[in-house]
Design a protein around this ligand. Structure first.
Ligand SMILES: Nc1ncnc2c1ncn2[C@@H]1O[C@H](COP(=O)(O)OP(=O)(O)O)[C@@H](O)[C@H]1O
Ligand SMILES: [Mg+2]
Length: 332
């Protein structure tokens, strides 16, 4: 995870949101409140409490992750944030405006101008050019052709596809198409982006690439992103903070360090066990090359930048004779 000093203002506030699917909504919530599990309530009422009592804030410029197993309520909660799902209880505020019970037409405006959504399958138009695909959303929003071209090219540069602007989508490899999808999302007009498992279907190598690319671009554009994943590694890599969901409830909310060092429940402990330990079998596999160390005479800004580039939260600090002085962490 990375730090960002601008992360102070809340842009989205979710207060005590519950979402119930089924007929016996009140009864289901009552039973849930009395301590019955989501499953027990389903058995008793044929009604699903998909989200129970969620509250959190997302700050401007933050990448906020919702993480949990399939069925834990991530997509439902995400869809509450742009009004695609109306909460049964509670309120979602977007910059202090209640958007959870807004008329449809007004919501469409909000989605067009403020809060965009990226789906798992990229949904590019195969017969249009790369640049057309990237700027399609901008065209709908009435951004001028000049400006569209400028932004489109900038986005392509960010994803390393400069030369491909006038190729058609079907001419590109799968990995390149993914890049175009990401460029389109991040070049969009909206300040807030909802991303529902955008990389989950990708094979691990391309996925790693896309995660790196996401960090690079997000470092530059600094949108507010709410990112859904079932992969804790991905959550910890991409997010400033993450909310861990289980059976419709947020069981822990915090930074990578919070979650890894102090898992709040046995469930989080189980999730955390797989991180690193599963992937890194020997300490030597986790060693970061020495060129990513820092020297005591370097300015903190320079060191932080190097840490960001290399996706490190901690770095060794050496004196001019390469002796180890200690560690520098983004959290200090
Ligand atoms: N439209 C719906 N009607 C009924 N139940 C739903 C609907 N959407 C989601 N659910 C239920 O809500 C719970 C959360 O689902 P979802 O938000 O899709 O979870 P996730 O995205 O974490 O896999 C699940 O139990 C799911 O079956
Ligand atoms: Mg989902």
């Amino acid at each position: 995870m990375s730090t960002n000093s601008k992360l102070t203002e809340p842009i989205i506030r979710v207060t005590d949101v519950s979402k119930v699917f089924g007929r016996q909504k009140e009864q289901a919530l009552k039973l849930r409140e009395a301590g019955q599990s989501k499953y027990e309530v389903e058995q008793a009422t044929k009604t699903t409490v998909a989200i129970y009592n969620a509250h959190f804030e997302v700050k401007k410029g933050e990448t906020f992750v919702l993480i949990g197993l399939s069925g834990s309520g991530k997509s439902t909660l995400l869809r509450c944030l742009n009004g695609l799902v109306e909460p049964t209880e509670g309120t979602v505020y977007l910059e202090n405006t209640d958007i959870s019970h807004m008329p449809k037409r007004q919501l469409q405006e909000v989605r067009r101008n403020k809060i965009g959504m990226v789906f798992q399958n990229v949904g590019l138009l195969p017969n249009r050019t790369v640049i057309d695909n990237i700027t399609f959303g901008l065209e709908i929003q009435g951004v001028s052709a000049n400006e569209r071209e400028k932004r489109g090219k900038k986005a392509l540069e960010m994803v390393g596809l400069n030369g491909q602007a006038y190729k058609r989508i079907y001419e590109l490899s799968g990995g390149m198409q993914q890049r175009v999808g990401l460029a389109r999302a991040l070049a969009s007009e909206q300040e807030i982006l909802l991303m529902d498992e955008p990389f989950s279907a990708l094979d691990p190598l391309i996925r790693r690439d896309m995660q790196k690319l996401f960090l690079d671009i997000q470092g530059e554009v600094q949108k507010t992103v709410i990112f859904v994943t079932h992969d804790l590694d991905e959550a910890l890599t991409l997010g400033h903070r993450a909310a861990v969901m289980k059976d419709g409830e947020i069981v822990q909310l915090g930074t990578a360090e919070d979650i890894l060092s102090q898992p709040a429940t046995d469930y989080v402990k189980l999730l955390v066990q797989d991180v690193n330990y599963g992937k890194i079998r020997l300490a030597k596999d986790a060693v970061v090359p020495v060129e990513t160390a820092a020297y005591e005479y370097e300015s903190p800004q320079v060191v932080l930048r190097r840490m960001r580039t290399n996706h490190l939260s901690t770095i060794f600090v050496l004196d001019s004779a390469d002796r180890l002085l200690g560690l520098m962490s983004i959290y200090t």
